[in-house]
Unconditional design. Structure first.
Length: 202
């Protein structure tokens, strides 16, 4: 086990320098995140907004940490072959089915961490779901955790960008049923990136 950990550290260290440009032309990480946030603002102000009726017209902006490329990390992706299917807990009686699809192994804040990526059994596509909690929950960020979406990688590495992490709809409107991150996806560190709390009481 010790040898495996050392090997993973070596692999991650070898690819830990995030490129200034993303995989979309010459777009930088900062440009991409700014575009994502602009699109999210437009969505939150639209008729499809998850905000309660009456709040959309008063919507000003979401709260974010400053964009920090230190939280844009090349991680090692370990595929799980025929991973188990399980029911993920939510804040309601709904229990959506997910499959353990892969583990992301990365170095952040001078420590080695892991996150599980899950594939929804209710949706088709190439998207993986990463719900997680960290030491900011209930203080700077939504108390029950935040989410990241990634595409299934073609190889054994994937960009894990915490600047893109977002709140569940429950952070805006309690009528929604939202997944609760499994305990195995708790990070014992503060992720000072991505979306902050929308309301002070959460």
């Amino acid at each position: 086990m010790k040898y495996l950990i050392l090997l993973l550290i070596a692999i991650i260290s070898g690819c830990s320098n995030v490129e200034v440009h993303s995989d979309v032309g010459n777009e930088t990480v900062v440009d991409r995140i700014k575009k994502e946030r602009k699109e999210k603002h437009k969505y939150m102000s639209s008729s499809k907004s998850p905000l309660p009726k009456g709040e959309t017209s008063d919507f000003i902006a979401l709260n974010y940490f400053p964009i920090d490329t230190a939280y844009s990390i090349n991680s090692f992706f370990q595929l799980v072959v025929n991973g188990p299917i399980f029911e993920m807990k939510t804040n309601t009686d709904r229990h959506p089915a997910y499959q353990k699809y892969g583990m992301l192994i990365f170095e952040l804040n001078n420590q080695l961490d892991t996150l599980w990526a899950y594939k929804s059994m209710e949706q088709q596509g190439n998207e993986l779901f990463i719900p997680f909690t960290d030491l900011t929950n209930g203080n700077e960020t939504y108390y029950s955790g935040r989410f990241i979406d990634i595409e299934v990688p073609e190889g054994d590495s994937v960009l894990l960008d915490f600047n893109s992490c977002y709140n569940p709809y429950c952070a805006y409107n309690e009528k929604y049923s939202c997944p609760i991150p499994p305990l195995e996806n708790h990070l014992n560190t503060a992720i000072l990136a991505g979306e902050k709390k929308y309301r002070n009481d959460h």
